[in-house]
Design a binder for this molecule. Structure first.
Ligand SMILES: [Zn+2]
Length: 181
């Protein structure tokens, strides 16, 4: 239960301990997954946890303004955006909206390379979820001068994780420093 004092403190300012870029999927709310309360996480949610300029800007904003030094890109099993992209690549459709296409296009590189491997559907989806997280984390690490500077000079860490809908476990599999692994 949130105390009145805590709420009053937060009205005056925030100091979130992590920035989470996650999927909009109703089964993956970052605060619930990590058992956090008001003021604890700066959360950006978008279908497929893709990185477009507004996501990079949101991460830059929180890292600079609030001093947050941990960014978690969190994908999840059975991600609808991955499934939709896979479907689109296997059966291209003219009818998909331009807006939706902007998400599919950002997920596409994660799926495309795997299609040629001959993996079965479930394994393909599993690998694509992880590849999509790796790509998003890479885009955050290298797609912004501000973030690049914070990484090199001020200890900003960008890690990739996968939440398993089936077990509730979060596996941090990308960018975790050796000593902390
Ligand atoms: Zn998803």
């Amino acid at each position: 239960m949130l105390s009145f004092t805590r709420r009053a403190e937060l009205a005056a300012g925030q100091r979130p301990s992590a920035i989470v870029l996650g999927c909009s999927d109703s089964r993956v709310p970052a605060e619930i997954v990590f058992d956090q309360g008001l003021g604890d996480l700066f959360v950006i949610r978008v279908a497929g946890n893709v990185v477009a300029p507004s996501q990079v800007g949101s991460v830059e904003f929180a890292a600079e303004r609030y001093g947050t030094r941990l960014v978690v890109v969190m994908g999840h099993s059975q991600c609808g955006a991955i499934l939709a992209t896979l479907e689109e690549l296997q059966h291209p459709s003219e009818r998909r909206s331009r807006n939706l296409r902007s998400i599919v296009d950002r997920v596409r590189p994660a799926v495309e390379g795997l299609l040629a491997t001959g993996l079965a559907h479930d394994a393909l989806v599993r690998e694509a979820v992880r590849a999509n997280v790796r790509i998003a984390a890479h885009r955050l690490r290298h797609g912004s001068e501000i973030l690049e500077r914070l990484i090199h000079e001020d200890g900003l860490l960008v890690v990739g994780a996968e939440y398993a809908l089936e077990t509730g476990e979060v596996d941090f599999f990308d960018g975790v420093p050796e000593t902390a692994a």
